[in-house]
Write a protein that binds this ligand. Structure first.
Ligand code: ZN
Length: 308
């Protein structure tokens, strides 16, 4: 850990987060390092089972950190992981976190047919409901792959009983994104005229641009101060909660290295050793809860139905 990333009194000077009235969403996409879309060209699917799995240990590490800060979050669990590690899902739920769905195969939505998407999403949802014994309300697509061409997926999510989605990244990126999509959490119409609550991945507004500051590679690549400023601006200037996301492998500098192109190498491996320290600073600086709680707080979802 760099000295500059050590927990600091300034993060939490009065023992209270500075934006105490707004509860932001803390989310984790529970998958292994070999599931990541950026590495997919270099990792055959049929090799997944024979690779060293680190998701259980890394997720438990996150659970310990969250416990230390007394925060609950939402864990979007990949069906492939849940099938092999059902106890991990139970452990997450037992600590009071929300379990949500990250699909089954980590195939990108826009590379699937609607029938394939329906089948695999239902399989993942049923599995998670069987393991936890409770209804799964939230969904997040592999690599935010609900884009303009795959908005049909939202209709299938409604059909399958999901009440909110968090898959749309309102930025321009080579693999995902709807650059001009609404930035705030909102209720949106689906192509077939239904409606679903969408919590887009958070971006900050800087000089007319949208800066993705809310997690993952951006959290590791951008200076922590910029991330913190961007997230605080969503709370203070826009008076809205942000949604933050991380993957268990992002706090694991010891993960096996996969040989891949420079861009993917840069995105996947930069600052892994600093990520846990930054996460701790962030947890000390802002107030967090589950995505579902956050949506209840801003009135987009009803609060009565078993919300913690
Ligand atoms: Zn993922």
């Amino acid at each position: 850990m760099r000295r500059g990333d050590a927990p600091s009194q300034r993060d939490n000077i009065n023992g209270q987060p500075e934006t105490a009235s707004i509860r932001n969403a803390l989310t984790v996409d529970v998958e292994d390092y070999f599931h990541v879309a950026a590495l997919a060209p270099n990792i055959r699917r049929d090799s997944w089972s024979s690779r060293e799995s680190r998701v259980v240990g890394n997720t438990h590490r996150l659970l310990e950190i969250f416990e230390q800060f007394d925060v609950r979050g939402t864990f979007f669990v990949l069906g492939w992981v849940a099938e092999r590690h059902p106890q991990l899902v139970r452990d997450i739920a037992a600590r009071g976190h929300e379990i949500a769905c990250h699909g089954f195969s980590h195939r990108l939505v826009y590379e699937q047919s609607p029938e394939e998407f329906r089948e695999e999403t239902l399989r993942a949802k049923n599995l998670l409901e069987e393991i936890t014994g409770s209804a799964i309300a939230g969904y997040r697509a592999a690599s935010y792959s609900i884009v303009r061409e795959s908005l049909w997926a939202l209709d299938i999510l409604v059909e399958l009983g999901f009440v909110y989605d968090s898959s749309i990244f309102p930025v321009r990126h080579d693999r995902y994104g709807i650059p001009n999509a609404e930035r705030a959490p909102h209720r949106m119409s689906t192509p077939a005229g239904r409606s679903i609550v969408e919590w887009p991945l958070s971006t900050a507004r800087i000089l007319g641009f949208r800066l993705p500051v809310a997690g993952g590679g951006y959290f590791r690549l951008l200076p922590y101060g910029l991330t913190r400023w961007g997230l605080a601006s969503i709370n203070r200037r826009e008076l809205r909660p942000f949604i933050f996301y991380l993957h268990p492998w992002e706090i694991d500098p010891g993960q096996p290295r996969v040989s891949t192109g420079w861009l993917s190498r840069f995105r996947h491996y930069t600052n892994l050793e600093e990520c846990e320290g930054r996460l701790r600073r962030l947890l000390g600086a802002f107030q967090f809860g589950t995505a579902r709680e956050g949506l209840v707080q801003i009135g987009l979802l009803p609060g009565a139905d078993g919300v913690r």
